[in-house]
Ligand binder design. Structure first.
Ligand code: SAM
Length: 202
């Protein structure tokens, strides 16, 4: 789904009617790059519909091509800026959101561009079902601590929060579902641990 294509401006509320063959829970991956995680989840969870979102068409092309080639019916890709997600999804329509290895944006002036900054989290809260999960994976300690800091400072209100600074040496290890993207493999090879946080909005 990208600008200029049929349905791009009419897809809001119509994902189940127009894109997927089965009405199933909707899972988003934000900043999905080449869609490795979206496709991995689609394989692991055939009874859910998965949508990878990214702004870079060449990366989405790789994921969409794989989905077509492998005949995957429960995955789709949306080319869009994540700040405009509400143009494509209805309030409370999403069951789970994954933010996987987002750009860390370390400069203070770029805080509002971080995919876990308050303005993005407000969008996710609006789109998620009341008990929907936000799941966040990163190799980047600063971005991880920044996100935990927002919660500790009560800039966002959450429940059922769990986190680990080392996913593969934690009780949440099963929650990687045997999926590792190129970014994850690259940073793990450099000796970075993978940090993982999940919560529901209050
Ligand atoms: C570091 S890559 C990670 C890709 C993928 N999640 C992975 O693990 O391989 C970050 C991705 O987020 C996308 N991205 C960053 N900010 C975005 C935004 N505001 N809207 C849409 N995509 C964005 C970039 O285009 C890039 O593909």
């Amino acid at each position: 789904m990208e600008p200029g294509k049929d349905l791009y401006d009419e897809i809001k509320g119509n994902w189940h009617l127009k894109v997927f063959t089965k009405q199933q829970p909707l899972i988003l991956e934000l900043g999905c790059g080449k869609g490795e995680y979206t496709l991995g989840l689609a394989h692991a969870f055939p009874h859910r519909n998965h949508i990878g979102v990214d702004i870079k068409g060449d990366r989405l092309w790789v994921g969409s091509g794989r989905a077509l080639k492998e005949g995957i019916q429960n995955a789709a890709f949306l080319r869009a800026q994540i700040q405009f997600l509400e143009h494509f999804f209805k309030k409370g329509e999403i069951d789970e959101i994954w933010v996987t290895f987002p750009d860390p944006r370390p400069k203070e002036k770029d805080e509002k561009r971080r995919l876990t900054s308050p303005r993005f989290l407000a969008i996710y809260q609006n789109l998620l079902k009341p008990d929907g999960w936000l799941k966040f994976k990163t190799d980047n300690t600063e971005l991880f601590n920044y996100t935990l800091g927002l919660i500790n400072q009560k800039k966002i209100s959450v429940k059922n929060m769990n986190f680990t600074h080392d996913l593969y040496d934690s009780e949440y290890v099963d929650e990687h579902f045997e999926i590792k993207t190129k970014y994850e493999r690259k940073f793990a090879a450099l000796g970075e641990t993978i940090k993982y946080l999940k919560f529901q909005f209050q």
